[in-house]
Write a protein that binds this ligand. Structure first.
Ligand SMILES: *Cc1c(COP(=O)(O)O)cnc(C)c1O
Length: 352
């Protein structure tokens, strides 16, 4: 890999010594450098790496008016030998380009993405801390920058990567509310894309759920609210008896990399897995019979987030506390691969 074409503007002084790595609030602290690449005159210009800091945009930049913006979430991991790894990064590039396509934005070139990310991470290697659970969260994103407020796609864009150190993520006890009124996505919409606007649309209904004592919403299909789809920033799995069930991908559901990795691990570890629509009625019925053993969310930030209970139609259900949960089994399997503590027969772990 020759990334010498990516010029680096050096920082004056690193701020790493001002950061308490044992007390990190997720997504609040950013590393010293950022990656930036502009799209102008129909092509991506030569990318650069420069000190992390504010960017200047015209107030009429289209991103502010029409939400033409997509993003990704990935992590860099370090093993005990100071080697740095990514997890299935090709999937993130594919997905950001799929998201961009849906929002009428240009695809980002593979070589710029990997050369830029690798160079940035090598520069910032001290920000990736060793230890199970520590990581450097990677946030690539693309925004529409053209100053013009007519409602049409931008001609100019900015692709950036910023980095934020993260510790093992613990969300506390998570109770969820099954959605009955609001929806995060609809047929033919942008639910499958990591489009910025998908998240803004969830904040209000989620704040209503908070007031009722739930931390998150499990979104249901927009037509009938009878099928459970995903948790807004995570995909969702249900365990009935010893069988695992998760909804199939469609244009309302984000095609999670953690989700598809878990489906593969289940198959290869003799855990029965069904990928099919999951109805609210079926889950409530299983809960009443004591057959519902687990619900957990999956995503890059938390890996796996166990759910302790759920509410629907003024009824509340608690899940059993298990000694040997699938949630902890999969979390350990995945993290062992990510942190180079186990074999990786899938080639998911990429050393950079
Ligand atoms: C990012 C995201 C996920 C999880 O995807 P991973 O690739 O596993 O990190 C799930 N649902 C939504 C809506 C997301 O934005």
């Amino acid at each position: 890999m020759d990334s010498s074409y990516i010029q680096v503007t050096p920082i004056k002084q690193s701020k790493i010594d001002t950061v308490d790595f044992n007390k990190l609030d997720f997504g609040r602290v950013f590393s010293d450098y950022m990656f930036e690449c502009d799209y102008k005159n129909g092509e991506w210009q030569t990318p650069v790496i420069k000190p992390y800091g504010p960017i200047s945009l015209d107030p009429s930049a289209r991103v502010f008016h029409y939400g033409q913006a997509v993003f990704e979430g990935m992590k860099a991991y370090k093993d005990d030998n100071d080697d740095i790894f990514l997890f299935r990064p090709d999937e993130n590039l594919k997905r950001i380009n799929k998201s961009s396509e849906r929002l009428a934005m240009p695809a980002f070139p593979e070589n710029y993405f990997f050369d830029g990310l690798t160079k940035l991470l090598h520069l910032e290697k001290n920000w990736i801390k060793k230890g199970f659970g520590n990581s450097l969260y990677i946030r690539p994103f693309v925004i529409a920058t053209q100053p013009a407020i007519s409602a049409s796609p931008s001609e100019d864009y900015k692709f950036m990567i910023i980095l934020s150190p993260a510790q093992a993520y613990y969300a506390g006890e998570v109770r969820v509310l099954f959605a009955e009124k609001y929806s995060r996505s609809a047929n033919g919409g942008v639910g499958f894309a990591k489009a910025a606007g998908n998240y803004a649309a969830q904040f209000f209904p989620t704040s209503l759920a908070h007031k009722k004592g739930y931390q998150q919403i499990i979104w249901t299909d927009a037509n009938t609210h009878e099928y459970l789809e995903e948790a807004g920033t995570m995909n969702i799995f249900f365990r009935i008896g010893d069988k695992l069930i998760t909804a199939p991908n469609n244009d309302r559901i984000l095609d999670g990399i953690t989700r598809k990795s878990i489906i593969q691990l289940a198959k290869d570890n003799g855990i029965e897995i069904e990928v099919r629509p999951v109805s609210v009625a079926e889950i409530k019925d299983a809960a009443r019979k004591g057959e519902l053993k687990e619900i957990f969310g999956t995503g890059t930030a938390a890996v796996i987030n166990p759910i302790v209970g759920f509410g629907h139609s003024e009824e509340d259900f608690e899940l059993p506390k298990l000694e040997k949960s699938y949630a902890s089994f999969f979390k350990e399997k995945l993290m062992n691969i990510q942190y180079n503590k186990s074999q990786d027969p899938y080639g998911w772990r990429v050393k950079i």
